[in-house]
Design a protein around this ligand. Structure first.
Ligand SMILES: [Zn+2]
Length: 243
């Protein structure tokens, strides 16, 4: 395998690494590669700066929405007859900023891909990222029950796939993500380390009868960091149910 062919695999992993979307074994392989490869370190730095800006935009949007909810409640109790004004356009604008940023990130990957020739992992990653952006914008929101105040997240599905976007995780920690069906059986599991920003952003195929999603911080087993098991253990840091 020549260097270009072998390296394309790592280029494909960079975006997912920054968004916390690598599973445990991919994550280990990619981190080991980063130690030797200045190209990938530079690329990860650029992608991380973009992801950081996007996270800021999303946090602002969250704050605007929370303020609107409080304002609406206040007005309802003050004066039930008062006509509600239209929501400030800021929310809509910032949502497009997030999507625009994601597309920029995809564009950056495509640009890189064009430079390096044939499509492989990158094309799949780009398709998944675009698809994740679409599900994130148009999908049905799951009801989230935030069990750890510092962790915030959104889960949305469109009947075929679901996207998980979670912020505020501990970058040093390994986590298990579990999807339960209505009978409480684990229909899907995914072990991951979040991005260095403490994020997970990833698209998954929606299991049949998916009902609830849990992210748990595994029980300490003496290993550092603790390894997630086949069932949730330790603290549940995020939970959402399908409506
Ligand atoms: Zn590299």
């Amino acid at each position: 395998m020549d260097r270009a062919d072998g390296h394309r695999y790592f280029e494909g992993l960079a975006v997912a690494h920054v968004l916390g979307g690598l599973d445990d074994s991919e994550g280990r392989v990619f981190r080991a590669h980063l130690l030797d490869c200045a190209d990938c370190r530079a690329r990860v730095g650029e992608l991380r700066a973009i992801a950081h800006d996007l996270a800021d935009v999303e946090r602002d949007e969250h704050r605007v929405r929370a303020a609107q909810v409080i304002e609406t409640k206040r007005r309802e109790s003050d004066d039930a007859d008062d006509d509600l004004e239209e929501a400030p356009p800021a929310t809509r604008v910032s949502r497009f900023t997030v999507l625009g940023g994601l597309l920029f990130l995809v564009g950056l990957s495509l640009w890189n891909f064009t430079l390096h020739g044939e499509m492989t992992q990158l094309e799949t990653d780009n398709r998944n990222l675009v698809r994740a952006g679409v599900v994130r914008e148009t999908g049905t929101s799951w009801r989230s029950a935030i069990t750890d105040a510092s962790v915030q997240g959104v889960v949305k599905d469109d009947g075929t796939d679901f996207v998980v976007s979670v912020d505020g995780l501990d970058p040093e920690q390994r986590y298990g993500l579990y999807v339960k069906d209505e009978s409480g059986t684990t229909a899907y599991r995914f072990y991951f380390g979040p991005s260095e920003e403490g994020r997970l952003y990833r698209l998954f195929a929606l299991p049949d009868d998916a009902d609830r999603l849990l992210i748990s911080d595994p029980e300490d087993t003496g290993d550092s960091p603790a390894v997630p098991g086949s069932e949730p253990s330790g603290d549940t840091v995020f939970e959402a149910s399908r409506p």
